[in-house]
Design a protein around this ligand. Structure first.
Ligand code: 5GP
Length: 185
């Protein structure tokens, strides 16, 4: 990984700094306050979608002042690279019982909305009391209202981003800022 402040190289691509860690921090704080106020002291189960949502989840739950539980699932939709395979495979890591619980799915990014739609269908079968989605990034021009995203950090253009949990072929998840694909450095 080569880096000169605002441009970095991952595998065969260049990326340019797009959203700073300070902006992310502010958005996460805002979402945490909103969730705290909306759930009015009720217990919430956060279902963290691995791997990309891990940084978002660990920061967000510290901004939520409610009794909360954590569960983990994995949804694989992008095999490799930047294009969706169209197929989503959902795996559980914990013996979840969501019956009668208030559930918030924590997603890193909603692009076409196919992944989160299938996650919702899967979790609805467990009869939660309520089921909402919090996503740090949303590409509204791509998902065009396929799913209702209740808590959104940033609405972005339909370009590929990395950092803060999001990868390009598994690299870039550890970046504190978010970078966008930039072909000519
Ligand atoms: P969807 O099913 O909404 O099209 O895609 C959701 C998944 O695709 C996300 O959870 C993420 O893994 C991946 N994805 C979509 N857009 C991006 C992007 O801009 N950057 C990265 N790194 N992954 C993305």
């Amino acid at each position: 990984m080569m880096s000169n402040n605002d441009i970095l190289e991952l595998h065969d691509k260049h990326f340019k700094k797009f959203i700073t860690r300070e902006q992310i921090h502010d958005a996460v704080k805002r979402l945490g306050a909103q969730i705290t106020s909306d759930y009015n002291a009720s217990e919430v189960v956060f279902v963290v979608v691995l791997k990309g949502s891990i940084l978002f989840a660990t920061d967000l739950i510290r901004e939520v002042n409610l009794p909360c539980r954590l569960e983990f699932i994995r949804a694989e939709s992008y095999g490799t690279g930047m294009h969706s395979s169209g197929k989503v495979n959902v795996t559980h890591y914990t013996g979840m019982d969501l019956t009668g619980k208030h559930v918030i799915v924590l997603e890193d990014i909603v692009d076409t909305g196919l992944t989160v739609k299938q996650i919702l269908a899967h979790l609805e079968e467990m009869n939660p009391a309520s089921l909402k989605i919090a996503t740090l990034f949303l590409k509204p021009e791509v998902c065009k209202g396929t799913v209702s995203t209740h808590y959104v950090g940033f609405e972005i253009s339909p370009l590929f981003i990395v950092g803060y949990g999001l990868d390009y072929n598994e690299l870039g998840r550890n970046l504190a800022d978010v970078y966008i694909l930039h072909e000519t450095p």
